[in-house]
Design a protein around this ligand. Structure first.
Ligand code: CMC
Length: 430
């Protein structure tokens, strides 16, 4: 097996050491090439660039494989819970019963937010997008924990366990309070006897005079949704968290940046865009075929389809597709017109040469919106739900950067294509 890759530029050869991953993925290390040759490598949008070595999540996009810390997503989805998988992602091993109890307790005790922070909600117009509020609130949260957000990475690492519990728990409280603020209803406070997802539904939908009753197993479906979103290696938002962390910024600032990166419709915002697309198809009387034709002509994108890494069915979409069927039938919506359109669209795309040749399959966002819609979550909040789920991955990736003594600031290069040097022209001569 090769130890080096030889790069030939003109008459000169350069040796690039080969790095091999646990699952035998290979990279050649070009870090010294610029100093030796003057060349940089060019890979706009990082389609074929490894930005780090990580021990957290493994994806094989060709085969549709996803594992957290070595455990297949199908096994975790079938047997684990969001908080147990969160522990695994952050700490690297499945917890013992005692470790899990302590972790749950720590998250449970961190659910309330400072009353001073509740006043921040008054400063936002009710028309604000919840992702803007979430990002601002998570960054502000650091101000209430100065000892955990010092931007001294050794100090921030010492308080990481507490800060992680604060963020995991309060991201859910902030999301629910944002919803209550936007619909003009009083805040509902977390209850200590409820599970992570039950508490979220309680804070969203209970009333001061009547607790929300989960008659259709929605908390279980949400727990699965969160678990399936918990990490996904170097996606746009996680890379953003690592980028911000590499400059030495604290955990609160880093995950707040992650929320902004997640917001876009090509990333986490796709789950909101899918429901909008399904609704528009429904309202226009199309069964999906007309939309497929416009996606093929480049006029529209089939939202919830395609992925930079998966060139096969996204394993999360397979699990969520089945969960969507279960949830919708538990509330008597098995013939929901949007579910039928989604099924038709999926089949039409999977049979169509355009999608087959480009290896475009349903991704995690294709069915997730249907579950969230069934749970009564407004579409504007779908990406917030993704952010709650992705928090463990952001935390673990921040920790991996901050605890690496050899980590350097992330600083890509560019090829400048602007004007060559020219002389300043005084204003009166222009
Ligand atoms: N509908 C129609 N055509 C598509 C789609 C789509 N959803 N996705 C890719 N293509 C076409 C694209 O036009 C291109 O065609 P051609 O080779 O003729 O120019 C080809 O497939 C390759 O696509 P690409 O844009 O180079 O792929 P990418 O790796 O840059 O983008 C993506 C990946 C996920 C941004 C893209 O597939 C997309 O925009 N999908 C819809 C949005 C979406 O569902 N995003 C959620 C992704 S999964 C969750 C997450 O990351 O948050």
């Amino acid at each position: 097996m090769e130890d080096n890759v030889t790069l030939k530029i003109g008459d000169n050869s350069y040796e690039c050491p080969v790095i091999t991953g646990t699952e035998n993925e290979k990279a050649f290390d070009i870090r010294k090439i610029r100093a030796e040759s003057g060349y940089i490598s060019y890979d706009e949008s990082y389609g074929n660039t490894g930005s780090c070595q990580s021990e957290i999540t493994f994806i094989n996009g060709e085969e549709g494989i996803l594992r957290y810390r070595g455990y297949p997503i199908e096994q975790l989805a079938g047997s684990s819970s969001f908080l147990e998988s969160t522990y695994l992602i952050i700490y690297g091993e499945l917890p013992s019963q005692e470790q899990l109890n302590l972790f749950r307790e720590k998250v449970r005790r961190s659910a309330e937010i400072h009353v001073g922070m509740e006043n921040h909600f008054d400063g936002f117009p009710t028309s604000s997008h919840p992702m803007a509020i979430l990002s601002a609130m998570l960054n502000s949260l650091g101000c209430y924990y100065p000892e955990m957000s010092s931007n001294d990475r050794h100090q921030d690492l010492e308080s990481f366990d507490d800060a992680a519990a604060v963020l995991l728990s309060k991201v859910r409280t902030i999301a629910a309070m944002t919803y209550r603020m936007k619909v003009g209803r009083p805040f509902i406070y977390p209850k200590p006897d409820l599970s992570y997802s039950e508490n979220f539904l309680h804070m969203m939908f209970s009333n001061p005079y009547q607790d929300f009753e989960d008659k259709s197993g929605l908390a279980e479906a949400l727990d699965l949704f969160f678990l399936l979103h918990a990490d996904h290696e170097q996606n746009c938002s996680t890379s953003t968290v690592r980028m911000v962390a590499s400059g030495g910024a604290n955990l609160f600032a880093s995950v707040s940046a992650g929320v902004c990166a997640l917001w876009g419709p090509l990333h986490g915002g796709a789950n909101q865009a899918v429901i909008k697309m399904l609704q528009e198809i429904h309202d226009s009387g199309d069964d999906g075929h007309r939309f497929i034709e416009s996606a093929k002509s480049g006029k529209a994108k089939l939202m919830g389809f395609g992925h930079r890494v998966y060139k096969n069915y996204d394993p999360r979409a397979r699990i969520l597709g089945k969960a969507a069927e279960r949830v919708l039938s538990s509330i008597g919506y098995e013939n929901d017109p949007l579910l039928n359109i989604a099924r038709n669209l999926e089949q039409a795309a999977l049979d169509d040469d355009y999608f087959v040749e480009r290896k475009l399959y349903p991704n995690v966002d294709f069915y997730s919106g249907l579950i969230l819609k069934a749970a009564g979550i407004p579409p504007e909040f779908f990406t917030v739900m993704f952010a709650i789920g992705r928090m463990p991955g952001w935390l673990a990736n921040w920790h991996e950067v901050a605890s690496n003594d050899k980590a350097r600031i992330h600083r890509p290069r560019q090829i400048y294509q602007g004007p060559a040097q020219r002389d300043y022209i005084p204003l009166e001569q222009r």
